[in-house]
Design a protein around this ligand. Structure first.
Ligand code: 5GP
Ligand code: MG
Length: 188
C-alpha cells in the first residue's frame, strides 16, 4: 500500500482507555448498589439501544441487587454525526404497546444510556416510563456532554465527554466501531 493511501486510513485516538472505563464502571456499580440496596422488588434496568449495550453488560455485573434487564430502542441520529432532533422509540416485540415485560408501576427504574448530549432521547424515554407511575426513574450515563441547554439530567455519570464525536465501547459512527474496547475519536 502506498504511503499516500495509508495517510487516508482512519486513525483512532483514545480518549477513555479500557482500564479507565473498567474502573469507572465498577465504581458506578457500587454507587448504584448502595442506592438501591433496600429495594423490595428487582430494579428495572433499561438499556437504550443500541449504544448502551456494552456499558450495560459491564455495569449490571457490578450491581449487587436483583435486577430485571430491559432494552428500549431509540434513535435520533440516523447516520449523521449531529442530532436530527427526532427521537423514535421502538417497543418490545411480542408485547404490544409495551416497553418492558412487566408494568413499571411502583417499581424503581434505572435508565442506562451511553452518552447524554441534548437530552432529547432521555426526555422522551423518561416521559414514556413515567406514564406507568414508577416509584422512581433515574439515569446512569457513561458519558455526559454537559450541555447547558440539556433537556434531561443523569444521577450517575461516568465521564464528562469532550465536545467531539466519540466512538467505541458501544458508540458507533454509521453502525461501525461499537466493538472497540476503548472510547475515542476517528480522524482521517
Ligand atoms: P441526545 O438525544 O442526548 O442528543 O443524544 C443522545 C444519543 O445521541 C446517544 O444515545 C448517542 O446514540 C448519540 N450521540 C450523542 N453524542 C454522540 C457521540 O459523540 N458519539 C456517538 N457515537 N453517538 C452520540
Ligand atoms: Mg444512543
Amino acid at each position: 500500500m502506498s504511503v499516500a493511501t495509508h495517510r487516508h486510513l482512519p486513525v483512532f485516538k483514545t480518549r477513555f482507555s479500557t482500564r479507565m472505563i473498567e474502573e469507572r464502571v465498577r465504581a458506578l456499580g457500587r454507587e448504584v448498589t448502595t442506592h438501591y440496596r433496600r429495594c423490595e422488588e428487582p430494579l428495572i434496568v433499561v438499556g437504550i439501544l443500541t449504544g448502551s449495550f456494552v456499558f450495560l453488560a459491564d455495569l449490571v455485573r457490578h450491581i449487587h441487587v436483583p435486577v430485571q434487564v430491559e432494552f428500549m430502542g431509540a434513535s435520533s441520529y440516523g447516520n449523521e454525526t449531529t442530532s436530527s432532533g427526532d427521537v423514535s422509540i421502538t417497543r418490545l416485540r411480542g408485547f404490544p404497546g409495551r416497553w418492558a415485560r412487566t408494568n413499571a408501576t411502583g417499581r424503581h427504574v434505572l435508565v442506562v444510556e451511553d452518552i447524554l448530549d441534548t437530552g432529547r432521547t432521555l426526555q422522551e424515554i423518561q416521559r414514556l416510563i413515567e406514564k406507568e407511575d414508577p416509584s422512581s426513574v433515574e439515569v446512569c450515563t457513561l458519558l455526559n456532554k454537559h450541555r447547558e441547554d440539556a433537556l434531561a439530567e443523569a444521577k450517575w455519570v461516568g465521564f464528562r465527554a469532550p465536545d467531539e464525536f466519540l466512538v467505541g465501547y458501544g458508540l458507533d459512527h454509521a453502525g461501525q466501531y461499537r466493538n472497540l474496547p476503548s472510547i475515542g475519536v476517528i480522524s482521517t
